[in-house]
Design a protein around this ligand. Sequence first.
Ligand code: UDP
Length: 381
Amino acid sequence: MKFLIVGAGFSGAVIGRELADLGHQITIIDSRSHVAGNCHTARDDRTQIMVHKYGPHIFHTDNQEVWEYINQFGEMMPYVNRVKAITNGQVYTMPINLHTINQFFGKTFNPSEARFFLESQTDQSIDDPVTFEQQALKFVGKKIYEAFFKYYTIKQWGIEPNRLPASVLKRLPIRFNYDDNYFSHKYQGIPKEGYTKIIENIINHPRIKVILNKSFEHNMKHEFDHIIWTGALDNYFDYELGELGYRTLDFETSYGNGDMQGNAVINYCDNTSSYTRITEHKHFSPWEKHENSICHKEFSRICTKNDIPYYPIRLVDDKQMFEEYFKLANQTNGVTFVGRLGTYRYLDMDVTIKEALEIVNLMQKHLKANINLQAFYHYDH
Ligand code: UDP
Protein backbone atom coordinates (compact mmCIF):
# COMPACT_ATOMS: atom_id res chain seq x y z
CA MET A 1 0.00 0.00 0.00
CA LYS A 2 1.00 3.63 -0.45
CA PHE A 3 1.05 5.60 2.79
CA LEU A 4 1.46 9.33 3.29
CA ILE A 5 2.80 10.17 6.74
CA VAL A 6 2.44 13.76 7.80
CA GLY A 7 5.16 14.69 10.30
CA ALA A 8 8.67 13.30 10.76
CA GLY A 9 8.80 13.10 14.56
CA PHE A 10 9.04 9.83 16.48
CA SER A 11 5.48 8.74 15.62
CA GLY A 12 5.84 9.33 11.90
CA ALA A 13 9.35 7.91 11.69
CA VAL A 14 8.66 4.70 13.62
CA ILE A 15 5.36 3.98 11.87
CA GLY A 16 6.98 4.75 8.51
CA ARG A 17 9.90 2.44 9.20
CA GLU A 18 7.77 -0.44 10.42
CA LEU A 19 5.38 -0.18 7.48
CA ALA A 20 8.30 0.06 5.04
CA ASP A 21 9.83 -3.08 6.58
CA LEU A 22 6.50 -4.80 5.90
CA GLY A 23 6.82 -3.89 2.22
CA HIS A 24 4.66 -0.75 1.99
CA GLN A 25 5.65 2.39 0.10
CA ILE A 26 6.03 5.38 2.39
CA THR A 27 6.17 9.10 1.78
CA ILE A 28 6.85 11.27 4.82
CA ILE A 29 6.29 15.00 4.55
CA ASP A 30 7.14 17.64 7.12
CA SER A 31 6.46 21.35 6.93
CA ARG A 32 9.72 22.12 8.73
CA SER A 33 13.19 22.10 7.21
CA HIS A 34 14.34 19.20 9.40
CA VAL A 35 13.16 15.82 10.68
CA ALA A 36 12.66 14.83 14.35
CA GLY A 37 9.86 17.28 15.17
CA ASN A 38 10.27 18.87 18.58
CA CYS A 39 13.04 16.41 19.49
CA HIS A 40 15.25 18.03 16.87
CA THR A 41 18.88 18.52 17.90
CA ALA A 42 21.56 20.35 15.95
CA ARG A 43 25.08 21.55 16.62
CA ASP A 44 25.23 25.25 17.37
CA ASP A 45 27.32 27.06 14.72
CA ARG A 46 29.31 29.13 17.22
CA THR A 47 30.12 26.52 19.86
CA GLN A 48 29.56 23.16 18.12
CA ILE A 49 27.51 22.13 21.16
CA MET A 50 24.59 19.80 20.45
CA VAL A 51 21.50 21.90 21.16
CA HIS A 52 18.03 20.57 21.96
CA LYS A 53 16.37 23.11 19.68
CA TYR A 54 12.86 22.73 21.09
CA GLY A 55 13.70 22.30 24.75
CA PRO A 56 15.33 19.56 26.82
CA HIS A 57 14.64 15.96 25.84
CA ILE A 58 15.89 13.16 28.06
CA PHE A 59 14.93 9.68 26.99
CA HIS A 60 13.57 7.57 29.86
CA THR A 61 11.55 4.39 29.87
CA ASP A 62 10.75 1.18 31.72
CA ASN A 63 9.94 -0.53 28.48
CA GLN A 64 12.75 -2.84 27.39
CA GLU A 65 11.37 -3.27 23.89
CA VAL A 66 11.31 0.49 23.34
CA TRP A 67 14.81 0.87 24.80
CA GLU A 68 16.14 -1.84 22.51
CA TYR A 69 14.31 -0.30 19.59
CA ILE A 70 15.88 3.13 19.95
CA ASN A 71 19.31 1.63 20.63
CA GLN A 72 19.22 -0.04 17.20
CA PHE A 73 19.33 3.36 15.55
CA GLY A 74 22.06 5.14 17.46
CA GLU A 75 24.19 4.93 20.56
CA MET A 76 22.40 6.02 23.73
CA MET A 77 24.78 7.47 26.30
CA PRO A 78 24.06 7.05 30.01
CA TYR A 79 22.53 10.23 31.35
CA VAL A 80 20.76 10.98 34.63
CA ASN A 81 18.62 14.09 34.73
CA ARG A 82 19.22 15.99 37.98
CA VAL A 83 17.23 19.19 38.01
CA LYS A 84 17.78 22.13 40.36
CA ALA A 85 14.94 24.43 41.35
CA ILE A 86 15.28 28.03 42.49
CA THR A 87 12.55 29.54 44.62
CA ASN A 88 12.53 32.50 47.01
CA GLY A 89 16.27 33.00 46.65
CA GLN A 90 17.31 29.41 47.47
CA VAL A 91 18.45 26.47 45.34
CA TYR A 92 16.86 23.06 45.90
CA THR A 93 16.84 19.72 44.13
CA MET A 94 13.89 18.53 42.04
CA PRO A 95 11.77 16.38 42.12
CA ILE A 96 10.74 16.87 45.74
CA ASN A 97 12.93 14.50 47.77
CA LEU A 98 14.23 14.23 51.33
CA HIS A 99 16.91 16.84 50.66
CA THR A 100 14.34 19.31 49.30
CA ILE A 101 12.04 18.74 52.28
CA ASN A 102 14.82 19.08 54.87
CA GLN A 103 16.31 22.15 53.23
CA PHE A 104 12.95 23.81 52.72
CA PHE A 105 11.74 23.31 56.29
CA GLY A 106 15.22 23.64 57.89
CA LYS A 107 15.04 20.09 59.31
CA THR A 108 17.14 16.92 59.47
CA PHE A 109 14.29 14.42 59.12
CA ASN A 110 14.89 10.79 58.27
CA PRO A 111 12.52 9.27 55.68
CA SER A 112 9.73 8.26 58.03
CA GLU A 113 9.89 11.52 59.98
CA ALA A 114 9.68 13.45 56.71
CA ARG A 115 6.71 11.39 55.56
CA PHE A 116 4.93 11.95 58.86
CA PHE A 117 5.73 15.67 58.83
CA LEU A 118 4.67 16.20 55.21
CA GLU A 119 1.40 14.44 55.90
CA SER A 120 0.67 17.01 58.59
CA GLN A 121 1.10 19.69 55.92
CA THR A 122 -1.28 18.11 53.42
CA ASP A 123 -5.01 18.26 52.94
CA GLN A 124 -6.29 14.75 53.56
CA SER A 125 -9.90 15.79 53.05
CA ILE A 126 -9.25 15.59 49.28
CA ASP A 127 -10.18 12.01 48.41
CA ASP A 128 -9.85 11.79 44.69
CA PRO A 129 -7.84 14.73 43.29
CA VAL A 130 -9.07 15.89 39.90
CA THR A 131 -7.09 19.10 39.46
CA PHE A 132 -3.38 19.83 39.61
CA GLU A 133 -3.93 21.97 42.70
CA GLN A 134 -5.85 19.25 44.55
CA GLN A 135 -3.17 16.73 43.69
CA ALA A 136 -0.50 19.07 45.09
CA LEU A 137 -2.40 19.96 48.27
CA LYS A 138 -3.10 16.30 48.95
CA PHE A 139 0.44 15.04 48.42
CA VAL A 140 2.86 17.89 49.23
CA GLY A 141 0.76 20.51 51.06
CA LYS A 142 0.32 24.24 50.60
CA LYS A 143 3.86 25.41 51.43
CA ILE A 144 5.69 23.19 48.97
CA TYR A 145 2.93 23.66 46.43
CA GLU A 146 3.26 27.43 46.53
CA ALA A 147 7.07 27.45 46.52
CA PHE A 148 7.70 24.92 43.76
CA PHE A 149 4.58 24.24 41.72
CA LYS A 150 2.02 27.02 41.76
CA TYR A 151 3.88 29.80 39.94
CA TYR A 152 5.95 27.52 37.69
CA THR A 153 2.69 25.97 36.59
CA ILE A 154 1.00 29.33 36.03
CA LYS A 155 4.01 30.38 33.92
CA GLN A 156 4.11 27.08 32.05
CA TRP A 157 0.39 26.64 31.42
CA GLY A 158 -0.95 30.20 31.60
CA ILE A 159 -3.86 29.21 33.81
CA GLU A 160 -4.58 28.62 37.48
CA PRO A 161 -3.60 25.10 38.57
CA ASN A 162 -7.17 24.44 39.69
CA ARG A 163 -8.12 24.22 35.99
CA LEU A 164 -5.35 21.77 34.99
CA PRO A 165 -5.75 18.00 35.31
CA ALA A 166 -4.04 16.18 38.20
CA SER A 167 -2.25 14.00 35.63
CA VAL A 168 0.20 16.83 34.88
CA LEU A 169 1.57 16.75 38.43
CA LYS A 170 1.44 12.95 38.59
CA ARG A 171 4.34 12.99 36.13
CA LEU A 172 6.66 13.95 39.00
CA PRO A 173 7.59 11.60 41.83
CA ILE A 174 7.84 12.63 45.51
CA ARG A 175 10.63 10.82 47.29
CA PHE A 176 11.42 10.33 50.95
CA ASN A 177 15.08 9.54 50.31
CA TYR A 178 17.98 11.49 48.80
CA ASP A 179 17.49 10.19 45.27
CA ASP A 180 17.34 13.30 43.08
CA ASN A 181 17.08 11.51 39.73
CA TYR A 182 14.26 13.37 37.95
CA PHE A 183 12.96 10.12 36.51
CA SER A 184 12.25 6.78 38.15
CA HIS A 185 12.60 4.71 34.99
CA LYS A 186 14.91 1.77 34.49
CA TYR A 187 16.51 3.09 31.29
CA GLN A 188 17.63 6.67 30.80
CA GLY A 189 19.92 8.25 28.24
CA ILE A 190 20.61 10.78 25.53
CA PRO A 191 21.65 9.88 21.97
CA LYS A 192 25.36 10.43 21.44
CA GLU A 193 24.82 12.08 18.07
CA GLY A 194 21.49 13.71 18.92
CA TYR A 195 17.86 12.78 18.32
CA THR A 196 17.84 14.01 14.74
CA LYS A 197 20.47 11.45 13.77
CA ILE A 198 18.37 8.69 15.38
CA ILE A 199 15.30 9.74 13.41
CA GLU A 200 17.35 9.97 10.21
CA ASN A 201 18.54 6.42 10.81
CA ILE A 202 15.01 5.19 11.50
CA ILE A 203 13.71 6.57 8.20
CA ASN A 204 16.74 5.62 6.16
CA HIS A 205 15.04 2.92 4.10
CA PRO A 206 14.72 2.28 0.35
CA ARG A 207 10.92 2.34 0.54
CA ILE A 208 10.75 5.64 2.47
CA LYS A 209 10.81 8.98 0.69
CA VAL A 210 11.10 12.12 2.85
CA ILE A 211 10.04 15.55 1.64
CA LEU A 212 10.89 18.49 3.92
CA ASN A 213 9.40 22.01 3.80
CA LYS A 214 6.18 20.47 2.56
CA SER A 215 2.79 21.07 4.16
CA PHE A 216 -0.16 18.75 3.85
CA GLU A 217 -2.94 19.60 1.45
CA HIS A 218 -6.18 17.67 1.45
CA ASN A 219 -5.98 16.86 -2.25
CA MET A 220 -2.83 14.79 -1.55
CA LYS A 221 -5.19 12.13 -0.21
CA HIS A 222 -5.99 10.98 -3.73
CA GLU A 223 -2.41 9.90 -4.40
CA PHE A 224 -2.24 7.58 -1.38
CA ASP A 225 -4.14 4.63 0.02
CA HIS A 226 -3.94 5.87 3.59
CA ILE A 227 -2.77 8.90 5.59
CA ILE A 228 -1.03 8.81 8.96
CA TRP A 229 -1.52 12.21 10.58
CA THR A 230 0.88 13.15 13.37
CA GLY A 231 0.10 16.88 13.33
CA ALA A 232 -2.35 18.68 15.59
CA LEU A 233 -5.80 17.06 15.57
CA ASP A 234 -7.69 20.34 15.10
CA ASN A 235 -5.32 21.43 12.32
CA TYR A 236 -6.33 18.43 10.17
CA PHE A 237 -9.93 19.65 10.34
CA ASP A 238 -8.96 23.28 9.67
CA TYR A 239 -10.14 24.13 13.21
CA GLU A 240 -13.78 23.67 12.19
CA LEU A 241 -14.87 22.90 15.77
CA GLY A 242 -12.64 25.59 17.30
CA GLU A 243 -9.01 25.68 18.41
CA LEU A 244 -7.77 23.15 20.94
CA GLY A 245 -5.48 24.72 23.52
CA TYR A 246 -1.73 24.16 23.22
CA ARG A 247 1.25 25.92 24.76
CA THR A 248 4.21 26.91 22.69
CA LEU A 249 7.70 27.89 23.84
CA ASP A 250 10.08 30.75 23.05
CA PHE A 251 13.78 30.49 23.77
CA GLU A 252 16.18 33.32 24.55
CA THR A 253 19.76 32.36 23.76
CA SER A 254 22.85 33.48 25.66
CA TYR A 255 26.49 32.54 25.22
CA GLY A 256 29.32 32.39 27.75
CA ASN A 257 32.61 30.74 28.65
CA GLY A 258 33.15 27.61 30.70
CA ASP A 259 30.25 26.61 32.88
CA MET A 260 27.43 29.16 32.96
CA GLN A 261 25.01 27.60 35.44
CA GLY A 262 26.66 24.35 36.53
CA ASN A 263 23.77 22.08 35.52
CA ALA A 264 21.75 21.11 32.44
CA VAL A 265 18.40 22.35 33.77
CA ILE A 266 17.49 24.85 36.46
CA ASN A 267 13.80 25.54 37.09
CA TYR A 268 12.66 28.96 38.27
CA CYS A 269 9.68 28.19 40.42
CA ASP A 270 8.58 31.50 41.95
CA ASN A 271 6.93 34.50 40.32
CA THR A 272 9.97 36.80 40.35
CA SER A 273 10.81 35.74 36.78
CA SER A 274 8.64 35.15 33.72
CA TYR A 275 10.66 32.19 32.38
CA THR A 276 10.21 28.63 33.61
CA ARG A 277 13.70 27.19 33.23
CA ILE A 278 17.18 27.69 31.85
CA THR A 279 18.88 24.91 29.93
CA GLU A 280 22.66 24.79 29.48
CA HIS A 281 23.04 22.43 26.57
CA LYS A 282 26.63 21.24 26.98
CA HIS A 283 25.61 19.39 30.16
CA PHE A 284 23.38 17.12 28.08
CA SER A 285 26.54 15.75 26.41
CA PRO A 286 28.99 15.29 29.31
CA TRP A 287 30.99 12.93 27.07
CA GLU A 288 32.01 15.93 24.94
CA LYS A 289 34.39 18.75 25.85
CA HIS A 290 33.51 22.37 25.02
CA GLU A 291 35.18 25.56 26.23
CA ASN A 292 32.23 27.78 25.47
CA SER A 293 28.62 27.39 26.44
CA ILE A 294 25.12 28.14 25.21
CA CYS A 295 22.01 28.54 27.37
CA HIS A 296 18.32 28.76 26.53
CA LYS A 297 15.93 30.63 28.75
CA GLU A 298 12.50 29.07 28.23
CA PHE A 299 9.28 31.10 28.08
CA SER A 300 5.89 29.50 27.63
CA ARG A 301 2.87 31.15 26.00
CA ILE A 302 -0.41 30.32 24.33
CA CYS A 303 0.04 28.76 20.91
CA THR A 304 -1.59 30.45 17.92
CA LYS A 305 -2.19 28.80 14.53
CA ASN A 306 1.16 30.12 13.30
CA ASP A 307 3.19 28.72 16.21
CA ILE A 308 4.58 25.27 16.82
CA PRO A 309 2.37 23.44 19.30
CA TYR A 310 4.25 21.76 22.18
CA TYR A 311 1.95 20.90 25.06
CA PRO A 312 -1.76 20.01 24.79
CA ILE A 313 -3.40 21.92 27.65
CA ARG A 314 -6.41 19.62 28.19
CA LEU A 315 -8.28 21.89 30.55
CA VAL A 316 -10.40 20.04 33.08
CA ASP A 317 -13.45 22.06 31.97
CA ASP A 318 -12.63 21.96 28.25
CA LYS A 319 -12.99 18.25 27.51
CA GLN A 320 -15.97 18.70 25.27
CA MET A 321 -14.09 20.13 22.29
CA PHE A 322 -11.55 17.36 22.09
CA GLU A 323 -14.24 14.73 22.54
CA GLU A 324 -15.99 16.29 19.53
CA TYR A 325 -12.77 16.22 17.51
CA PHE A 326 -12.24 12.56 18.43
CA LYS A 327 -15.74 11.82 17.17
CA LEU A 328 -15.08 13.68 13.94
CA ALA A 329 -11.77 11.88 13.45
CA ASN A 330 -13.46 8.53 14.01
CA GLN A 331 -15.84 9.34 11.16
CA THR A 332 -12.98 10.25 8.81
CA ASN A 333 -12.08 7.41 6.50
CA GLY A 334 -8.57 6.93 5.21
CA VAL A 335 -6.74 8.73 8.03
CA THR A 336 -5.13 7.46 11.22
CA PHE A 337 -4.36 10.04 13.91
CA VAL A 338 -1.34 9.32 16.12
CA GLY A 339 1.13 10.79 18.57
CA ARG A 340 1.17 13.68 21.01
CA LEU A 341 -0.49 16.16 18.68
CA GLY A 342 -2.65 13.79 16.64
CA THR A 343 -4.34 12.37 19.74
CA TYR A 344 -4.03 15.52 21.88
CA ARG A 345 -2.26 13.84 24.78
CA TYR A 346 0.82 14.74 26.86
CA LEU A 347 2.99 11.83 25.67
CA ASP A 348 6.67 11.23 26.37
CA MET A 349 9.00 9.95 23.66
CA ASP A 350 9.01 6.36 24.91
CA VAL A 351 5.22 6.09 24.98
CA THR A 352 5.09 7.60 21.50
CA ILE A 353 7.44 4.89 20.20
CA LYS A 354 5.59 2.12 22.06
CA GLU A 355 2.26 3.24 20.62
CA ALA A 356 3.73 3.60 17.13
CA LEU A 357 4.95 -0.01 17.25
CA GLU A 358 1.59 -1.25 18.55
CA ILE A 359 -0.32 0.72 15.93
CA VAL A 360 1.62 -0.90 13.09
CA ASN A 361 0.92 -4.36 14.54
CA LEU A 362 -2.78 -3.62 14.70
CA MET A 363 -2.78 -2.10 11.22
CA GLN A 364 -1.06 -5.14 9.83
CA LYS A 365 -3.71 -7.38 11.39
CA HIS A 366 -6.47 -5.25 9.90
CA LEU A 367 -4.84 -5.21 6.48
CA LYS A 368 -4.44 -8.99 6.49
CA ALA A 369 -8.09 -9.38 7.43
CA ASN A 370 -9.17 -6.84 4.80
CA ILE A 371 -10.57 -4.50 7.44
CA ASN A 372 -10.38 -0.73 6.92
CA LEU A 373 -7.66 0.99 8.92
CA GLN A 374 -9.01 2.94 11.88
CA ALA A 375 -8.83 6.61 12.81
CA PHE A 376 -7.40 5.78 16.23
CA TYR A 377 -5.62 2.79 17.62
CA HIS A 378 -5.41 4.37 21.07
CA TYR A 379 -8.24 6.16 22.69
CA ASP A 380 -7.48 5.98 26.39
CA HIS A 381 -7.91 9.55 27.53
N1 UDP B 1 6.33 21.53 37.61
C1 UDP B 1 6.41 22.57 38.52
N2 UDP B 1 7.63 22.92 39.00
C2 UDP B 1 8.78 22.32 38.61
C3 UDP B 1 8.70 21.26 37.67
C4 UDP B 1 7.46 20.89 37.19
O1 UDP B 1 5.40 23.16 38.86
O2 UDP B 1 9.87 22.72 39.09
C5 UDP B 1 5.00 21.15 37.10
C6 UDP B 1 4.62 21.97 35.87
O3 UDP B 1 3.23 22.19 35.86
C7 UDP B 1 5.01 21.05 34.75
C8 UDP B 1 4.63 19.69 35.31
O4 UDP B 1 4.97 19.78 36.70
O5 UDP B 1 4.36 21.36 33.56
C9 UDP B 1 5.31 18.50 34.67
O6 UDP B 1 6.71 18.68 34.73
P1 UDP B 1 7.70 18.00 33.69
O7 UDP B 1 9.08 18.22 34.17
O8 UDP B 1 7.25 16.62 33.45
O9 UDP B 1 7.44 18.92 32.39
P2 UDP B 1 8.16 18.87 30.93
O10 UDP B 1 9.62 18.56 31.12
O11 UDP B 1 7.39 17.87 30.10
O12 UDP B 1 7.95 20.29 30.45
